[in-house]
Structures are given as structure tokens and as C-alpha cells.
Design a protein around this ligand. Sequence first.
Ligand code: PEP
Ligand code: MG
Length: 594
Amino acid sequence: MAEKPVRDRWIHGIGASPGIIVGRAFLVERSRVRPPQRRIAPGEVDPEVGRFIRALDESRNQLTEIKEQILDEEVRRHSFILDVYLMILNDQMLIEDTIETIRKKKVNAESALEQTIEKLDSAFNAIEDEYLKERRSDLHYVASRIFRILQGRKHDDITRIKGNVIVVAHDLSPADTLQMNLKNVVGFITDIGGKVSHTAILARSLRIPAVLGLDVATNLINAEDLLVIDGENGDVVVNPSEEVSRSFLERKRRIKSIEREAIKYASLPAETLDGVRIRLQANIERIEEISSLKVYGAEGVGLYRTEILYLNRKELPSEEEQFQVYRRLAEALQFASVTIRTLDIGGDKLLSNYPKGSEINPAMGLRAIRFSMKEIDIFKTQLRAILRASVFGKLRILIPMVSGVEEIRNVKGVLQDVKRGLTKARIPFDPKVGIGVMIEVPSASLTADILAREVDFFSIGTNDLIQYALAIDRVNEHVSYLYEPLHPAILRIIRNIVQMAHQAEIPVAICGEMAAEPAYALILLGLGLDEFSMTPASIPKIKKVLRMARFEDAVALVKEVFQLQTSSEIKAYIGNWMAERFPKDSVQFRSEQS
Ligand code: PEP
Ligand code: MG
């Protein structure tokens, strides 16, 4: 816990759910409970067993109550974890072992429970199994609830959150978030966790700004501290000066007013002054986001991330469940295409029921298509579901993390197999469903000419491409200053990919965060990209830039930029170029990331 108040202290983490917010800190204490250990007299044994059983009952009642009080549909979808806790509370081994220890060793309930937990913990630990590791933390969580009840301590006052607070925690268990009155939570910040952690997903679903992976947040922040957080950039300022708060709120206003002004462009085509049409599409990860496509003027879905269907749940999604989701997407979009990316999981985003050990270097490990080709049944189930849904609209299949042509040939082999199976079973599908690859691994970009002959389209994933090409871990704040979309190497790589795609006469899209930056839009236009795909809310502002420009000028700009040597020179050059041509709007086109 923090010892002295800090002022105007900036900390940087992972922007996990966008939005800027100022609020008071609500600290969730998660220090480990140290239960008192003591020996008991023979006459105390029965009462002690009774005390333990009552603590279990109360624990069950508390969790059931939490579960029943969840009214929000969205939150309810995340509540299965409470059933896992209840299962642990009913586990016969946990109960019987503890009671036996109380009786045999004549120790108090706390001591006996601690011994049982230690035993279970070391058994799990020895297996070194990702799934069981997760169950280990659930086990400790449940134990800490029982210890608190045994000691007559309130579990914590998380349920009594009042006013508008920013929840600050080392980590948040799903049960923590589920028992909060989320209506009073305006932001989340945690020491650990990343973009796909439970808190991040829930925060995005509920549109609550969140910054995770801050490392030192709970050390620096005291209860009631004033905080300002930017869930887009990952910035948090503790007890900000008035000037700093003002600058954040100013940015918030600026973003809002840009959005308000840009929204006017939502229904207009993304066409340059000299008549070049670009397709602006949406990146989405939840089916509920479909409604935002029309609002922001998306012409289809350029990237549907399917990971959320698989994460934070006990069972894998069935073919039928996936089919229903893909079908809804296909039907909702009708004639506009929907690009479904196959599972991009592995590394640090392991499935909760995937019983494999962790990896030393997950970003370069068994991720995305490598995972799918290894777990071929999971992959085939997903492909079958996509193919079955393909008759209801215009679907395309996108394969993530491809590193060479053999990989895509193998994938096509599997796809053929699945198609054969469907034909045999007389299940209809669109035989022409397009297949594309994400170009996000440098080897794929260098062999784009070879890959282009195998597929129907490319989609450049700059988030990973930058990470792998510049050797910058995309979630490591210590090297984030080197994460440069305008690095001359990145621009050369994109140029090569586009040229190779066009030589093979296939379209090329960009779906990394870079596509959503007005400051980069004209460079991407000049480089010849056919489609941009981004978070829906960014579409109008990119449309606006494209509609103000001439394609010819953008090509000339690219030529000039290729004479420059560093990202800062390039950034400054583009900034001046835009300021000269669009003096009235140039502030809007400044990079939000700078
Ligand atoms: C990318 O890498 O640019 C991308 C869009 O995929 P993700 O961010 O899901 O890895
Ligand atoms: Mg990627």
C-alpha cells in the first residue's frame, strides 16, 4: 500500500478499454490473509468442525447471493466463474481433508484448511498445467473467502462502492468484478493483466475505460486519490495537477468534438477528390457491435476477432454456437463482406481448458494458425461453422500469423477436407468463400509474392508486424517508445506487400491500429492499400481525411517520405504537409499517439 501521497505522478500501462475519465480511487485490497494457527483441546474438536462447516455455508450463501444479484445481461454472461467457486466449496476432498486434519491433528479450522490448500496447491503445481494453474488461483481465492469468514472479517467492501470510482487493484478476479455495483465504476486500473484478460474484456463490453498491466499502481495509489486515466493510450496520472487534469479533459473534449464533427461523414463514401474509392471496414470482436457499423458508416467487417468466443469459459464453443454467431454476422451485413479471422490464440491468451504448459517466449510460440494446425479438431470445428454460415451472406476467412507458403497450403488442405465433409453430409456452403492471410510476420511480408498466388486477399496486421519487424514487444512499456508505425522499415515492408498483392491482382487491406490514425491515412492511401479496417468509431474521421485529399498527392507524399531516414522526420514531414493543405483541420489530424 502507498505510504505517502504522490502528486502528478504518471504511470504507463496497457490501454485495455478506451476512454478518458477522472475519478477517485477505490482500492481493492488483496493482501494475503494470514490465518491464526492454534492447537485445540479434544473438547474443542466438534465445535471447530462446526465452525468450519458454517464458514463453508456462509461462503456458499455469499457467492449465490452475488450470482442472484447480477441483473445486467452483459455481466451475467461472465458469471460462470462463480459456479467454479461454488464447485470448489463443495469439493469433498477439500471438506473431508480439512475436517480430518482438525480431528486428527487437533488444530483449529484455519490451520487445517491451510494445510489442505497447501496439499492441493503443491499437487497442482507439480502438474505444471495451464488449466490447473488457473484453478489454483481460484482455489486460493475461495480459501481467502473462507479465512475471512472464519475470522469474522468482512470479505471486503467491494459491494459497497458508491459514487463514481476508479477501481484500483493488483488484479481483479472475475468474482470481484461481478460483485461490484458496476454502475458506480467509471474506470479500472490493475497492476497485472493485459488486453485479453477478463477485466479488459468486461470493461470493453461495458465501455468502461481501463488501463491494465501498470505494475506499480497499488503501491503508488492510496484510497481516495484523484486519478485521471486514458484507456486508449494507457496513461494514468495520480493526483494530477489542475493543469494536467485540464489537458486530459481537453483531449477528451477534442476527441469528442472530432467525433461529433466527423460523424457527419459516416454516411458518405470514402472517396478521394480525384475519385479513388477506399473500402473502410470495421474491426469487431463482439456480435453486439454490429449495430455500430451503420452508425459509423462501415462497409463491412474487415476483421472479426473470434477469440472472445473461446476465452473465459469452461467449454470450447460448439460448432452450432459458432455457426449461430457467424450466421448472425453474415445476415446482418447482407451484401457487405464479413472477414472472420480464425482463432488467434496461444502464447499468453491460453484457453482456460487447454491443458498444456506455458511457453518461455509466447509471442513467438504456439499461437494463432500454429495452434489451430496443432489442435486440428478445434480448427476444423471453426471452419465448418464458418462454411455453414457462408450461405447466409458474404463471408471471407482470414488466417492469422502465417509465416510461409507451406503453412497456407496446409491450411487450404484442411479447408478442402472440411468442405468435402460438408458436401458428403449434404450441408450447404458457399464454395467460393474467399481465403486470405494476415501479413503480420516479416517472413510473410518478404514472401508476399509467393503467398499472393495462393490466396484471395491480404490483410496487413501492423500491430504484430511492427512488433516482429522492429523486435518491440507490443505490450512492454519499457520499449514502447520504439514502437513506430512510421519507421522507414515498416513503410518499406507495407510498400512491398501492396506491390506484390497488386501484381497478383488481389486486394490488400490493413487492419492494425495504424489504420485508425488520421495522421497515417494519406501515407496508407498513397501506398495503395485498398481497404482499411479499424475500430468502428474511428471510421468517420478517416473518411473525412480521405475525402479531403487527392490520391495523386498522396502518392507524391509517399515518394517524398521515402527520401527521409527516421520516423521523427517522417512524422514531422507529414504533419507539415497536412497543416499546409488542410490548415483548418490539421489539429484533428495530429497523431493521437504522439
Ligand atoms: C494486428 O496484429 O495488427 C492485428 C490486427 O491483430 P491482433 O491485434 O488481433 O493481433
Ligand atoms: Mg495480430
